[in-house]
Design a protein around this ligand. Structure first.
Ligand SMILES: Nc1nc2c(ncn2[C@@H]2O[C@H](COP(=O)(O)OP(=O)(O)OP(=O)(O)O)[C@@H](O)[C@H]2O)c(=O)[nH]1
Ligand SMILES: [Mg+2]
Length: 329
């Protein structure tokens, strides 16, 4: 029986996936339970939600929340979250080391990385969170990775072109995840007919193209592994293709940058843009700055590509990349 989930429920689940503290998680779960249509088709889900709620409550009461999950609960930071996945030795940690200031261990033996670890990748004037993970194989999948994948804006599936097994090992990652409710796809979405089934947008990233036999293996990959993820071939050590990949990551996040200007000041603050999903409004920016600002918002003057300089707009104005706003409350 289809669950007929409402848009409000899906919104709460989306927020739950992005929650970075137990308090936030609890709030979202309670919202999900409230919004869940109550009928036979959702009995099981109701029970699951109630169980999760009591688990998080216990966690919060006993003060164990932080400890049990230390290292696993990685707070969201920056304009978006990218999770690196792949088989052993694909070069996940090397990629993190190449594009951020993080210093993970990179080594030629497999299973070097034991726990997810984040870094911040600068792109133009913003920062994007990149998370390195332990490898996934047919036999090994750290269940903590599932939450990270579900909450990611984008997954980079790294393929090892330095080994004949590389393409098959990447296929194993896809297959292993197919056995769970957390899967990889061309686009991110929740399956409305199968509660809990979640797809995360994925790029295929064949790595180590600097090596002599890499192009042959790339041909094999194309011939025998016809995934339909967009592909970006790179060398993490030589940085080949990395600029193109970073640009594609930024485009995939689908965010717009907004700069603020104080009333009376001539120049906007161009150093620290606010970022929000494309389609976001002036009210959303006000909320990012301060809850009270959103409450008292009167409107704003906008400078940007889609308006005449200094046009007065209201809270429902949809922002464009690089808009400058002077907010009045
Ligand atoms: N030639 C070449 N070697 C690379 C490249 N990227 C990574 N390597 C090497 O491949 C090996 C594995 O790299 P890691 O970054 O540790 O791989 P990983 O995917 O993090 O491995 P696990 O943590 O075990 O899953 C190391 O010896 C790296 O130096 C590359 O672009 N070119
Ligand atoms: Mg590693």
């Amino acid at each position: 029986m289809p669950a007929n989930l409402t848009p409000q429920y899906l919104k709460a689940e989306e927020a739950y996936r992005r929650a970075s503290t137990p308090e936030e998680e609890l709030q979202c779960l309670q919202e999900m339970l409230r919004e869940l249509p109550k009928h036979k088709g959702t009995d099981k889900l109701q029970a699951e939600l109630k169980a999760k709620i009591s688990r998080v409550k216990k966690e919060l009461q006993s003060g164990r929340a932080g400890k049990r999950r230390a290292g696993l609960r990685i707070p969201r930071q920056g304009a978006g979250r990218v999770v690196l996945l792949g088989g052993p030795n694909a070069g996940k940690s090397q990629f993190l080391a190449s594009v951020t200031r993080a210093t993970p261990t990179v080594a030629e033996y497999p299973f070097t990385t034991r726990e997810p670890a984040p870094g911040m990748m600068p792109f133009e004037d913003i920062q994007i969170q990149v998370i390195d993970t332990p490898p996934i194989t047919r036999d090994v999948l750290d269940p903590n990775l599932l939450g990270l994948i579900r909450g990611a804006d984008l997954v980079l599936l790294m393929v090892d072109l330095g080994s004949d097994e590389g393409p098959e090992q990447a296929q194993e990652v896809i297959d292993r995840l197919e056995e769970t409710k957390t899967r990889l796809a061309r686009d991110s979405y929740l399956d409305e007919n199968d509660v809990g089934l979640s797809y995360t947008r994925t790029f295929s990233v064949p790595n180590k193209i600097d090596l002599p036999e890499a192009s042959d293996r790339l041909e094999i990959l194309h011939e025998f592994f016809p995934w339909d993820f967009p592909e970006y071939v790179i060398s993490a050590t030589q940085q080949t293709g990395v600029t193109e990949l970073k640009e594609a990551i930024f485009r995939a996040l689908d965010v717009v940058r907004v700069y603020t200007k104080e009333p009376g000041q001539k120049k906007p603050d161009l150093d620290r843009p606010y970022t929000l999903r494309r389609g976001g409004t002036l009210l959303d920016v006000a909320e990012l700055i301060h809850k009270d600002l959103a409450k008292n918002l009167k409107g704003a003057k906008v400078w940007g590509s889609h308006v005449h300089d200094g046009t007065m707009v209201k809270g429902d104005y949809v922002l464009h990349d690089k808009d400058i706003v002077e907010i009045h409350a």
